[in-house]
Design a binder for this molecule. Structure first.
Ligand code: F6P
Length: 545
């Protein structure tokens, strides 16, 4: 039976019909204990306030019944037990192993911890050697610039967390991330780097990704052109990969190759060797704290009852908004400059995992799946797209994210920032009625002028949001935050009946690009391409110099 045909689903449908006419204003007015009931506190480091979601206690209990219907407990045990739940790739899903401090895990028979811990120790020694200035380049100068070359999961996680933790990063090291095929990213960066003191980390699980391989090759050519000796490669390149033999072929020394395994998905890999650039920036100790925070969230996820379980509740609220209220997107709005890459990190995590319409059983899914995840720094967004959130008439659930303490305090800034964050979620939820707008306008205008302006001054409100308020933006809290979203994605995938851990949808575009590329050099090859592509190629050829 599909989940949409279950009694649990139908009960939520019926409940939605009863609850949806009730405005958030009314929900707050009716229930003074609402915020206490509809918020969760994780370790006194994360306050998750979901009282501004269009739910009540009944909604939550009906949604948890849906999670039971989907056998969430069983699936969680299967994931943590090392079963190959990534069925289409026949792989286990064990990124949770990467934050553990000891084994055996997932079982004595299948213990991955010895290799996980050995790799973590090697990473720490490597990172410390760079941080202390002991790692020398080919000419004997210490490494001072680190460039991570990778894309997708081999870029977004470490880049996002490097930015989030920049206040505790090594002051004398510069760490950069290059992902784009567009040479406009790598070329200007190379101009600022000294090849004698630069180390490239080639982050690629497969070590075949076109973007990463081309950028790596260009970096290699640049280094050779400047240092003039192939032996320099060994001192200026390291690899983070599940395909060490390909890294060796590239010329990377075996002791500079850090493994990951097929049971780590790219978008879940920041905790693995893929996090090496981050570890170099923040140090092994802070990296360890990140893992500890994530591990605490893992334990919470495995043990807390559904109603008090942050990832489960967050996932269920998303299901409610998407499948029962009809929301097509979800906005992620960090009120913290250091979290500027968090929306793009979540875009991959959520949309590459659950942006699917065929279930794990190969059948079409009978309901909507992942909403479009988008977002931007909240304060900047206020002066750009928030107009649509307030008066565009579309349902756009929002995740507001802020940290109470600033890492870079200046008088007056933090309170104003937080006031804006809290104000926006309140304004979106409660809006402004015509009566309130009329009263306000009456103070400065009257008659026809008032009537003409009135409709523009009304805010419908009822726009649902959650606020994740972090006590501070430190490594353990960020570890917990990322693990929270990872498990949210897992829970939603289970309810939608998806395999959240494969990504077949990215393959077609790669294959088509490979068939177009040769036509740049050999125009005759364009003949077998579609008419639109032929026209685009013809225009490109005219304008390529
Ligand atoms: O094309 C999508 C993807 O496979 C992502 O899933 C992955 O994170 C990214 O490309 C990079 O892959 P790799 O680490 O193998 O270079």
């Amino acid at each position: 039976m599909t989940i949409t045909a279950s009694a649990a689903w139908k009960a939520i449908d019926a409940h939605r019909d009863l609850l949806s006419p009730v405005h958030l204003r009314e929900m707050f007015a009716r229930d003074p204990g609402r915020v206490t009931r509809l918020s969760l506190n994780f370790d006194n480091t994360i306050l998750f306030d979901f009282s501004k979601q269009r739910v009540d206690a009944t909604t939550l209990s009906l949604l948890t019944a849906l999670a039971r219907e989907a056998r969430l407990d069983e699936w969680t045990a299967r994931m943590f037990g090392g079963e190959k739940i990534n069925a289409s790739e026949e792989r286990a899903v064990l990124h949770v192993a990467l934050r553990r401090s000891h084994g055996p895990f997932p079982s004595a028979a299948l213990d991955v911890m010895p290799e996980v811990l050995a790799t973590r120790r090697r990473m720490a020694a490597f990172a410390e050697a760079i941080r202390s200035g002991q790692m020398l380049g080919f000419t004997g100068l210490p490494i001072r610039h680190v460039v991570n070359i990778g894309i997708g999961g081999s870029d977004l996680g470490p880049k996002m967390l490097s930015s989030a933790l920049r206040s505790v990063s090594h002051p004398a090291l510069s760490v950069h991330y290059v992902s784009n095929l567009d040479s406009a990213q790598l070329a200007p960066l190379l101009q600022t780097l000294d090849p004698r003191t630069t180390l490239f980390l080639l982050a690629s699980k497969t070590f075949t990704t076109q973007e990463t391989m081309l950028n790596a090759q260009t970096a290699r050519n640049w280094l050779l052109a400047n240092l003039g000796d192939a032996a320099a490669i060994g001192r200026h390149f390291a690899a983070l990969t599940a395909k060490p033999e390909r890294a060796v072929e590239f010329g990377i020394r075996e002791d500079a190759i850090f493994p990951l395994w097929d049971w780590v998905g790219g978008r879940f890999s920041v905790w693995s060797a893929v996090g090496l650039a981050l570890m170099i920036a923040i140090g092994p100790q802070a990296f360890g704290e990140l893992l500890t925070g994530a591990e605490r969230m893992d334990e919470h996820f495995r043990s807390a009852p559904y109603e008090q379980n942050l990832p489960v509740v967050m996932a269920l609220l998303g299901i409610w908004n998407t499948n029962f209220l009809g929301a097509a997107s979800n906005a992620v709005l960090p009120y913290n400059e250091s979290l500027k890459y968090f929306p793009s990190f979540l875009q991959q995590l959520e949309m590459e995992s659950n942006g699917k319409s065929v279930g794990i059983d190969g059948q079409s899914v009978a309901c909507a799946t992942n909403p479009i995840v988008w977002g931007e720094l909240g304060n900047n967004g206020q002066h750009a797209f928030f107009q649509l959130l307030h008066q565009g008439g579309r349902l756009v659930p929002c995740d507001f994210i802020a940290a109470v303490r600033s890492d870079y305090p200046l008088p007056g800034h933090q309170e104003a920032l937080l006031a804006n964050c809290f104000a926006q979620s309140a304004a979106l939820a409660f809006g402004k009625t015509a009566a309130e707008a009329r009263d306000e306008l009456a103070r400065s205008t009257a008659g026809e002028a008032l009537e003409a302006l009135l409709p523009h001054k009304v805010f419908a409100g009822n726009q649902p949001s959650s606020t994740l308020l972090l006590a501070r933006l430190d490594a353990p809290t960020l570890g917990a935050l990322v693990a929270l979203y990872e498990h949210k994605v897992f829970v939603q995938g289970i309810i939608w009946g998806l395999n959240s851990f494969d990504q077949w949808g990215v393959e077609l575009g790669k294959a088509v690009a490979n068939s177009i590329l040769p036509a740049f050099a050999e125009p005759a090859l364009a003949a077998r391409l579609d008419a639109s592509t032929q026209a685009l190629l013809a225009f490109s050829r005219q304008n390529l110099t």
